[in-house]
Ligand binder design. Structure first.
Ligand SMILES: [Zn+2]
Ligand SMILES: [Zn+2]
Length: 383
């Protein structure tokens, strides 16, 4: 068993005032550390997978889409790792837990954190079955709880509630502190969760922010960004993705605060190394280029109709890209893609089936579509 990995070794007081006064007893104070903390934001396209190493200890936060399983496994293996002390599935979306079952079956796993939120998807069932067949149990995250990863301290900051309309807000948020450096990992946590973390008075300050929900406009509220006040931001996002991530308005917030942004679509895998004082990166920062807001109206989730409408209502004059020909859905990391019209309850194999406006049609994975839509009987999409 790796040393220094036991959970609850130190219950860190996350109340900012207590932490400030009680500096000798809290792990969040700038304690002297040896060695390095290495954070790998693995390039898994439009998905998340982050490997964190300190000494001989390691933690994986998310494992990409199902299609990324072998990429993630190989990356971890290439670091000489056979044992993951902690495995975190931030929330039940495929682009976060897709490769989790494969990882569980490939490595010795210490402790698995997942939120209480469940899903009816095959991806989620696969993960649950992998955990069961290994005789393991899932630990539910308790905000304020902390555990050691080598000499680093990991503190859970969210989710602070349950029964969210959008399961992105179920995302486990973790702050990792190593000496005087800190990293915040937010999964797909959106404004709702960000506001809850602010209301709880947690010390959100971090040098490096893993940007929530791939840079979507649903996350990174100005208040939250001001509280984290990072020097660096990292976005895990797929090149030319269909979701319009990252959105320009989010990129502008980073630009305005002079925050260097690293992004997997431009930089590939991003590796941040901390010695407890300074943080260095393996690549140069990426651009502040983002997608126009209109494209971001369709997010990776299907339960946001009110939000989608409000976005659309706010930006009625932005012209949609002209698509006049029938376009078959392209294959992505996420598997089979299908089309959704701007309104209606069916999903389609083509973007101009019947009365739908092809210019407003958007692509989602078949798996996502099946959650809220039924197959169109006219164009007969995959089921
Ligand atoms: Zn999500
Ligand atoms: Zn996501």
């Amino acid at each position: 068993m790796a040393t220094g990995c036991s959970t609850n070794e130190a219950k860190v007081k996350t109340d900012a005032k207590v932490a400030a006064v009680n500096t000798t007893k809290t792990e969040t104070s700038k304690v002297a550390v040896s060695g390095e903390l290495k954070v790998h934001y693995i390039n898994v396209g439009q998905a998340d997978s982050i490997l964190i190493q300190q000494g001989s200890s390691s933690m994986l936060i998310d494992a990409g889409n199902n299609a990324d399983s072998q990429t993630v496994k190989k990356y971890i293996t290439d670091q000489g790792i056979t044992n993951l002390d902690f495995l975190v599935g931030t929330h039940p979306h495929e682009d976060h837990i897709g490769g989790l079952d494969y990882v569980i079956n490939s490595f010795k796993i210490g402790k698995i954190y997942m939120p209480k939120a469940t899903s009816t998807t095959k991806t989620f069932t696969d993960v649950v079955n992998a955990i069961k067949s290994k005789g393991m149990k899932v630990s539910a995250p308790t905000p304020g709880e902390s555990f050691k990863l080598g000499e680093a301290t990991c503190t859970i900051l969210a989710p602070n509630g349950s029964g969210y309309k959008d399961t992105n807000n179920d995302s486990i948020v973790i702050k990792v502190t190593f000496g005087g450096n800190s990293f915040l990992f937010t999964g797909d946590a959106e404004d709702v969760s960000e506001n809850e973390m602010l209301a709880k008075g947690y010390d959100l300050k971090a040098d490096v922010l893993k940007v929530g929900h791939h840079g979507s406009n649903s996350s990174t509220t100005q208040k939250f960004l001001d509280a984290v006040n990072p020097k660096y931001a990292v976005i895990s996002v797929g090149k030319g993705n269909d979701y319009g991530h990252p959105v320009q308005s989010t990129m502008d917030k980073f630009k305005n605060k002079n925050i260097s942004v690293y992004r997997t679509d431009e930089n590939g895998t991003v590796i941040a190394t901390s010695n407890g004082k300074d943080i260095s990166f393996n690549v140069k920062p990426g651009s502040y280029n983002g997608a126009k807001e209109k494209v971001a109206a369709k997010t990776t989730t299907t339960t946001k109709s009110s939000n989608m409408n409000s976005v659309k209502a706010a930006t009625p004059k932005v012209a949609a890209p002209k698509v006049t020909q029938e376009v078959a859905p392209k294959q992505s990391n996420s598997g089979t893609m299908v089309w959704l019209s701007a309104t209606g309850s069916k999903y389609h194999s083509i973007n101009n089936c019947g009365k739908m406006n092809p210019n407003n049609a958007t692509q989602v994975t078949l798996e996502e579509a099946k959650k809220s839509y039924s197959p169109c009987s006219k164009c007969g999409p995959p089921q």
